[in-house]
Design a protein around this ligand. Sequence first.
Ligand SMILES: *[C@@H]1O[C@H](CO)[C@@H](O)[C@H](O)[C@H]1NC(C)=O
Ligand SMILES: *[C@@H]1O[C@H](CO)[C@@H](O)[C@H](O)[C@H]1NC(C)=O
Ligand SMILES: *[C@@H]1O[C@H](CO)[C@@H](O)[C@H](O)[C@H]1NC(C)=O
Ligand SMILES: *[C@@H]1O[C@H](CO)[C@@H](O)[C@H](O)[C@H]1NC(C)=O
Ligand SMILES: *[C@@H]1O[C@H](CO)[C@@H](O)[C@H](O)[C@H]1NC(C)=O
Ligand SMILES: *[C@@H]1O[C@H](CO)[C@@H](O)[C@H](O)[C@H]1NC(C)=O
Length: 366
Amino acid sequence: MSLIMRTLFAGFALLPTALAATSMLLASHFSGAIFSLALNTQGSNGTLAITSAAGGCSSTPTWPRYYADTKKLYCWDESWQGYSMAEYNVSTDGTLTVNGQATPPGNDVHGLLTPSTLTTYALPLKAGPDRPFTTPLQMETFYMAGPGPNERQHNGPHRTKLSLIPLGNSSSQLNACPDAQTAPGDGPRHGEFWSPKGNTTSPDGLKLYTVNELGNSASSWSVTYGAGCASLNKTQTISTFAAGKVPAATMQLPLAANRNDKLFENETDSLATYSIDPTTGTVTWVEATSAHAFYPRSSSVNKAGAMVAVGGQTSSSVAIVARDTITGNLGSLIASLQIGAQGTYTNEDGLSSVVWVEKVSIVRQV
Ligand SMILES: *[C@@H]1O[C@H](CO)[C@@H](O)[C@H](O)[C@H]1NC(C)=O
Ligand SMILES: *[C@@H]1O[C@H](CO)[C@@H](O)[C@H](O)[C@H]1NC(C)=O
Ligand SMILES: *[C@@H]1O[C@H](CO)[C@@H](O)[C@H](O)[C@H]1NC(C)=O
Ligand SMILES: *[C@@H]1O[C@H](CO)[C@@H](O)[C@H](O)[C@H]1NC(C)=O
Ligand SMILES: *[C@@H]1O[C@H](CO)[C@@H](O)[C@H](O)[C@H]1NC(C)=O
Ligand SMILES: *[C@@H]1O[C@H](CO)[C@@H](O)[C@H](O)[C@H]1NC(C)=O
């Protein structure tokens, strides 16, 4: 088995809302800690509490990814100092135990925190005096012919999110396929696959939605397969803001988090909700609602679709927001909690990501 280094955050869950229930979440913090959280809900009321914390993913852990089948968490470090990738066992009470670590080759191309590379590793990761740290299987570097129109593209492409094309090749070897062309200055940061039948391993009607961090927009792509490669054809690009508003960071379909738009109160940003036409896959803007957090960097819908966990970077908080499972519209705040030290405005500190400890599912909107 091999793991493609990927930065997908995802959510999942269980509970009938009227009953008392407990869910677990994991939140990574730029101070180096990964916090285990317990969410207790009763009806529309809830409380969040920190149950434990772990290190092991170097100084700047980001984008943890939980695998329900193996009950393992994989974490990548944004600083590329020391052991920059870690594998944890996640116990039933949320306690994390480091099971292996790896040191990515680092970025010898541009000297950036976010390198223009993609690396694969064989699992499980190894660690310990008798087990050398895991070395990569393969590394690919992305190039840009020249600087992009956005000032953040002056020194090359930045990989921030990788999605696995869901049909595929059982070999762990990656083969380069023809590129899909975004508009200059789009800066796609996240992508999620969507299938009209809810089966993203089928090519039938498969779409990819990307959030463009630099362009503050979302694009839809049709996906077709042939000769061992998938090709993407861009069909639509729409703003992550209501008409006339302007900055976007993350997407958990059909949500995009608008970092720093301060649309709601002082130091509270918005989440954009879109609907997807189940026949054509066309995306339509629905509304902007409060993220109940400042500088929301991640958002993750639970498996039942009834709650969204929002990770506020600068507020260093996790907010749990109710979600209508039929319409997809967001409702009231269920619980929120500050986790670790607050961040400072526009700096790379505070909370980096939050994930549900549940099985991954694709969110569908009707
Ligand atoms: C939720 O909390 C509010 C305020 O604390 C309380 O009035 C209400 O009864 C609670 N509702 C439920 C369903 O527990
Ligand atoms: C992690 O879990 C595996 C079983 O899935 C076990 O073999 C291993 O010893 C555990 N590692 C640690 C560090 O507890
Ligand atoms: C999803 O599609 C794949 C590929 O067509 C198929 O093998 C699989 O059985 C489908 N899964 C479900 C749950 O329908
Ligand atoms: C899968 O990848 C292997 C290794 O690169 C290649 O030899 C094989 O042709 C690929 N298979 C398909 C169906 O693309
Ligand atoms: C790409 O999408 C456009 C717009 O929907 C369509 O006109 C065109 O035929 C598509 N091209 C391919 C190669 O599918
Ligand atoms: C906004 O919030 C910050 C931090 O809570 C506070 O220092 C500042 O005074 C607030 N500004 C306004 C206009 O309320």
